[in-house]
Design a protein. Structure first.
Length: 429
């Protein structure tokens, strides 16, 4: 019997009247996969339940933050305790100072940190700081990396190895994107050309710790090392966007995974424990350029919000010894191994790092955006719909990655692996 979706349908229809697309963020509308967006009502551990009472094993993790699963009791307790004391004061608070102490203690490359309210804001502020610090304007980003919805990073490629971007969204003036150079991932010659052409004007190169917003495009360590070396040689700052990877693929994120020290790094998602958050940090001599100590302006009414900080502090306390992340990572490895065994003769790859995985309908797996075969999106839509019917929630786009949380259990995952394998096989037919 098909799932009941009456209540979800009704809320979607109401929302469409009063909210563009019925959503506050576009992919939630299910346009990439079709079907009825499920309106979630509650979550507990590895599961969430929609308004019609259907329960799903969740691999979406609210796009990444929920490494501890839904409604982790310690995080909820931290949030409610702080909420009773006060929601916001517009002053520095002790939870905020403690979260900053946690971050700087866990991450040797972060000497000072500033909190903001979203990952977008973190990247935007880090780039302003990099420009202020270096006195240069150009920034470089990679095709297939997402850094939030700031104007000058919403660019798509022209032709050639390292080119100025064109706006990829209406409403972004071309003038704004003339300061952004775009290059493909996984391409040493494009990197070298970037530095040959632009080194003296380049303030920063911004890259995702491990690109995970356009599929999971795992980069070669030697490539990341070359990027670090070239930045060092030319006085260009390396901004590592760890909004997904920070505190997710290991306590120390992609920086330690690749053993490269970024000049500035951006955080979000996991560091807020499910509350709206962003943070950026790095070497003190750079961070001290921020206002009020330095000339680079940056501010926020609800930045460092105490409820968010309490959630983040409780989350990092649970993650700091590494065992929880290790547990999620090893369950993910087992899950992915089962899937790979079951799907080994088919044109399907499962890419994974830490507790992140991505199923893509092609072999070998791509390492750069323009190597992703768009035909796979149809297979993914079929897979997505059949998994929903079977009570498994995958993100509603072929280009979004899946997450395992520490609240998943091995038996849930081994059962899910059977179901996912069967549905993936069927999706090819
Ligand atoms: C999610 C994400 C962002 C944007 O964060 P928001 O909180 O959605 O603004 C930026 N960079 C990366 C790598 C992300 O995954």
């Amino acid at each position: 019997m098909p799932q009941p979706t009456d209540k979800s349908r009704k809320i979607v229809a109401r929302a469409q009247h009063v909210m563009p697309g019925g959503v506050s963020s576009p992919v939630r509308a299910f346009k990439a996969v079709g079907g009825i967006p499920r309106i979630m009502a509650s979550g507990n551990g590895a599961y969430m339940t929609d308004v019609d009472g259907n329960r799903y094993l969740d691999f979406g993790a609210s796009w990444g933050p929920l490494l501890l699963g839904h409604s982790d009791p310690d995080v909820v307790n931290a949030v409610t305790t702080q909420a009773q004391r006060g929601l916001t004061f517009g002053t520095t608070t002790e939870p905020e100072c403690e979260l900053a102490e946690h971050v700087t203690k866990l991450l040797p490359h972060i000497e000072k940190v500033r909190f903001v309210s979203s990952g977008t804001e973190a990247v935007m502020s880090a780039i302003r700081l990099a420009r202020g610090f270096t006195g240069r304007n150009l920034i470089a980003k990679f095709e297939g990396c997402y850094h939030g919805h700031l104007d000058y990073l919403l660019v798509s490629a022209g032709s050639g190895l390292a080119t100025f971007g064109n706006p990829s969204s209406a409403g972004v003036p071309e003038a704004v994107t003339t300061q952004t150079v775009l290059l493909p991932l996984d391409d040493e010659s494009a990197l070298k050309q970037l530095f040959d052409d632009h080194a003296h004007d380049l303030a920063a190169v911004c890259i995702e710790g491990i690109p995970a917003n356009n599929g999971l495009l795992i980069q070669r360590p030697e490539y990341m090392k070359l990027l670090r070396e070239l930045c060092d040689q030319h006085g260009v700052l390396l901004i590592l966007d760890e909004v997904i990877t920070g505190f997710r693929i290991g306590v120390t994120g992609a920086a330690c995974h690749y053993d490269i020290i970024p000049d500035l790094a951006c955080y979000g998602k996991v560091i807020g424990g499910g509350m709206p958050v962003g943070a950026f940090g790095g070497k003190a001599k750079i961070m001290d350029q921020l206002s009020p100590d330095g000339p680079v302006y940056q501010a926020g009414t609800l930045s460092g919000n105490p409820v968010t900080m309490a959630a983040g502090r409780a989350t990092l306390q649970k993650l700091s010894d590494g065992t929880t992340i290790e547990r999620a990572n090893s369950m993910t490895a087992d899950f992915v191994n089962t899937l790979r065994t079951q799907l080994k003769d088919l044109p399907i790859s499962i890419v994974t790092v830490g507790s992140i995985f991505w199923i893509v309908f092609q072999t070998p797996p791509p390492r750069r955006a323009d190597h992703i075969d768009s035909k796979g999106t149809e297979h993914y839509a079929t897979l997505h719909a059949s998994l929903l019917e079977k009570g498994i929630y995958f993100p509603p786009s072929a280009y979004e990655v899946c997450f395992v949380s520490a609240a998943h259990e091995p038996d849930m995952l081994s059962q899910a692996a059977e179901t996912v394998a069967e549905c993936a096989r069927n999706a090819l037919e």
